[in-house]
Write a protein that binds this ligand. Structure first.
Ligand SMILES: Cc1cc2nc3c(=O)[nH]c(=O)nc-3n(C[C@H](O)[C@H](O)[C@H](O)COP(=O)(O)OP(=O)(O)OC[C@H]3O[C@@H](n4cnc5c(N)ncnc54)[C@H](O)[C@@H]3O)c2cc1C
Length: 412
């Protein structure tokens, strides 16, 4: 399997995001991991040192499986550092629509897997000493009056399937939101985090117990045979392992067994500190029913992070050229909702992300008996899918049944 496109070529190295991602400024630079400078062996080779690769390595090393992680960039410098990191169990396709696409059992199990992923992320954060994860309520509001009935239906369906969700209409929503809306749905099963910090905290913890991490090590190819896999790196070294996980994020696009992912450009900004001191009930995560959706969260230093205004992705330069215009439009979107808010834009950035026809990720092997796994989170809750991917892959490697393993196959 050829992994050179698109990461191997120099001109594409930094093409997953543009502008100034807030988290990179906030966190500064971490001590780098060295590039690979010798041939190595491990049980599992993880390609990609973003949040997905870090979670896969964490799950495997917990189970006593020896891992090596290789990243073409610095760890977390792909989509992970651009993530606005709202942790929500909601998949981009509402449950009542997903049931039509994949059937009720499949849809409910997919939602439940993401629900559980929030608790699991919190437990991992605690275990590795990550302090940036905070529980928050998540509130989705009806952007238009004609969305109200669908939102009511959605709240009821989720509650019926054990995912407790509250629905409110008119002035009742003001207890949850800092602006007026026709109706809203609220869940307590949500959190916010700093995905870049979390990835580095996780990797620091796992290095202590033997996970080897190599940065600036593009993997050019992966070959497999009946006993294992052989990876070749741009530096001329090889990695031999029993299995390989491609946690290569949206750059996996060109290597998938099927053309199943559509790429989009998305935009975000962080305001100056102190903005969210103004009434913001329980620092809720807020998003809407319109597509593409506007979303808002707060940060520990009381900034607002606002995101949305997605458009189909064509090229990094075209995505970046729209940055200022798109973030100005996001600013106006928030000012329309809260004209009294003293809001500015301190950091603006954009990124590429992938979506699928049903909003579900692909977590599967390249073919039925392949030793090469894809761990691909997609859409607005990609991080929840990263946790789900790490659990499915670990369990399958250990020969343990995982109830989610059939949900995210290429042939679904
Ligand atoms: C602006 C923005 C906002 C977002 N907001 C949210 C949100 O609020 N909530 C949420 O859950 N998700 C959100 N997402 C999605 C989320 O950020 C992603 O799902 C997540 O970061 C993906 O992590 P990853 O590790 O799979 O990918 P990445 O972080 O991109 O990591 C993949 C790594 O693989 C490496 N790589 C690729 N190919 C090779 C190769 N051949 N050799 C070696 N290394 C290779 C790359 O260098 C990269 O570091 C957002 C995304 C963007 C862009």
């Amino acid at each position: 399997m050829d992994l050179r496109r698109p990461v191997g070529s120099e001109e594409n190295r930094y093409d997953l995001h543009g502008g100034v991602p807030f988290w990179l400024v906030r966190n500064g630079i971490e001590p780098p991991h060295a590039p690979l400078d010798a041939d190595v062996k491990a049980d599992v080779a993880v390609v990609g040192g973003g949040i997905t690769g870090a979670l896969c390595a964490h799950h495997l090393s917990e189970a006593g499986i020896e891992c090596v992680v290789l990243d073409a960039r610095g760890a977390g410098l792909g989509s992970t550092c651009a993530s606005t990191a709202l942790l929500q169990y909601e998949i981009d396709t509402p449950l009542h629509e997903l049931t039509q696409l994949v059937g009720t059992t499949h849809a409910v199990r997919s939602y439940r897997a993401c629900w559980d992923a929030i608790d699991e992320l919190q437990a991992i954060a605690k275990r590795v000493g990550h302090r940036g994860l905070e529980r928050r309520p998540s509130v989705q509001y009806a952007s238009r009056h004609r969305h109200v009935e669908d939102l009511r239906k959605e709240a009821l369906l989720r509650s019926v399937h054990g995912m407790m969700t509250t629905f409110e209409q008119g002035s009742g929503c003001r207890a949850w939101l800092p602006f007026d809306v026709p109706a809203a749905l609220r869940t307590e099963q949500a959190a916010e985090m700093d995905a870049w910090r979390f990835t580095h905290d996780l990797q620091r913890f796992d290095r202590e117990r033997g996970v080897r991490i190599f940065e600036r090590t593009p993997v050019l190819s992966v070959e497999e045979n009946s006993v294992g896999v052989l990876l070749r790196t741009k530096g001329g070294y090889s990695v031999r392992a029993k299995q390989c996980i491609l946690a290569t994020g949206y750059e996996a696009h060109g290597t998938l067994p099927k053309d199943v992912v559509r790429l989009h450009s998305t935009y975000a900004f962080a305001s100056g500190p102190g903005t969210s001191k103004q009434p913001w009930p329980e620092r809720a995560l807020i998003w809407e029913t319109a597509r593409p959706y506007l979303y808002l969260r707060t940060t520990p230093d009381e900034r607002l992070i606002v995101g949305g205004r997605d458009v189909p992705f064509r090229a990094p330069a075209m995505r970046d050229a729209l940055l200022d215009r798109k973030c100005e439009a996001l600013l106006k979107d928030v000012r329309r909702l809260m004209p009294e808010l003293d809001l500015d834009r301190e950091f603006s950035w954009c990124g590429t992300f992938g979506s699928t026809k049903d909003g579900l990720p692909y977590i599967d092997r390249a073919s039925k008996r392949s030793r090469i796994w894809f761990a691909l989170g997609m859409g607005g809750n990609g991080i929840a899918f990263s946790v789900v991917a790490a659990g499915i892959i670990r369990d399958t490697m250990l020969g343990v049944r995982n109830p989610s393993s059939s949900l995210f196959r290429f042939d679904r």
